[in-house]
Design a protein around this ligand. Structure first.
Ligand code: CP
Ligand code: NVA
Length: 339
């Protein structure tokens, strides 16, 4: 398997074998880290991390991953570069590509990361756009594989805003690798039909399947993985909260909903999650909408605190796996070690 020189923009660009290879490489790197085997395979290389939106996991995963591989890393935050204000994406790409061996981008427009990849001349990695979040799916799948020993045939339900970056990317990942994907959401929050059509074809050849339902109980019945994400994503205007709560309050993942999943089911969430009053936004939403929607009155939105803290929750191992999988993506695309 040779992924040297490739960008990582969407899982649609990768074959099932290539995605499986990246997950395997992640597992190997994770084991090496656990037993203290150094893997500085990319000494002397440097990467730049370009963030138009905030991040905890993705930024730290790229930084620690880069350091573990022996590389240097520069972080450019939302106000840290000229891009977008005084300099075009195309010019930024051509400048950064001359100084760095790889570029990570987190931002709004998916076309921006595509343009960076077109002009940088070095691998570009998508750390989240409004449309896709592909490195997150690698971490989610590594976590599922660790739990069940396999990905093929796993019953996976995504509950919530199914047409956001996570809904889209998880549907693609499941379709590519033969999982049975269910989107559980009001119809207007299902993924775009054109993407569903592409994924239907992928699922047909991988042995996976796609299903869409508005009924939360039907949607999680006997599944192995229940996944949710925030109801309002970064970059969406504040005033969508009210309508989104109206659409999704009955899709909150709570203990009762988890009871309908399989006995062996695990709960995943890409994080950050609203599950209490200990965040500014959680408190604000609770105060503003708690009287109308009791579900959110304690700052719990897409998931309850009880589920996040339950035995079924794997959200923190999942977060750790961001680092091992992102490290694998950098290593494979920068060509630091033969497969
Ligand atoms: N899951 C995820 O991408 O988290 P951050 O926003 O903290 O990077
Ligand atoms: N859908 C979320 C994912 C965060 C990791 C967002 O875009 O804000």
């Amino acid at each position: 398997m040779n992924l040297k020189g490739r960008s990582f923009i969407t899982l649609l660009d990768f074959t099932p074998e290539e995605i499986e290879y990246l997950i395997q490489l992640s597992a190997t790197l994770k084991k090496e880290k656990e037993v203290g085997t150094p893997h500085k395979h990319l000494p002397g290389k440097n990467v730049v991390l370009l963030f138009q939106k905030d991040s905890t996991r993705t930024r730290c995963a790229f930084e620690v991953g880069a350091f573990d591989l022996g590389m240097g890393a520069t972080y450019l935050g939302p106000s840290g570069s000229q891009m977008g204000k005084k300099e075009s994406v195309k010019d930024t790409a051509r400048v950064l590509g001359r100084m760095y061996d790889g570029v990570e981008f987190r931002g709004y427009l998916h076309t921006d990361v595509e343009q960076l990849a077109e002009y940088a001349g070095v691998p570009v990695w998508n750390g989240l756009t409004d449309m896709y979040h592909p490195t997150q799916v690698l971490a989610d799948f590594l976590t599922i594989q660790e739990e069940f020993g396999t990905l093929k045939g796993i019953k996976f339900s995504y509950v919530g805003d199914a047409r956001n970056n996570m809904g889209n990317s998880l549907m693609i990942g499941c379709a590519k690798l033969g999982l049975h994907f269910t989107a559980v959401a009001p119809r207007e929050l299902w993924p775009e039909q054109s993407l569903i059509d592409v994924c239907e074809k992928l699922a047909n050849s991988s042995g996976g399947s796609l299903r869409f339902t508005e009924d939360p109980i039907v949607g999680v019945q006997d599944v192995d993985v229940v996944y949710t994400d925030v109801w309002v994503s970064m970059g969406e205007p504040k005033d969508v909260w009210h309508s989104r709560i109206k659409q999704l309050h009955s899709y909150q993942v709570d203990r009762n909903l988890m009871r309908h999943a399989s006995e062996r089911a695990i709960f995943l969430h890409c994080l950050p999650a609203f599950h209490g009053m200990d965040t500014e936004i959680g408190t604000q939403i609770a105060q503003e909408f708690g009287a109308e929607y009791p579900q959110v009155s304690e700052g719990e939105m897409e998931v309850t605190n009880e589920v996040i803290e339950s035995k079924q929750s794997r959200v923190f191992p999942e977060a750790e796996n961001r680092m091992h999988t992102i490290k694998a993506v950098m290593l494979a695309t920068l060509g630091g070690r033969d497969a």
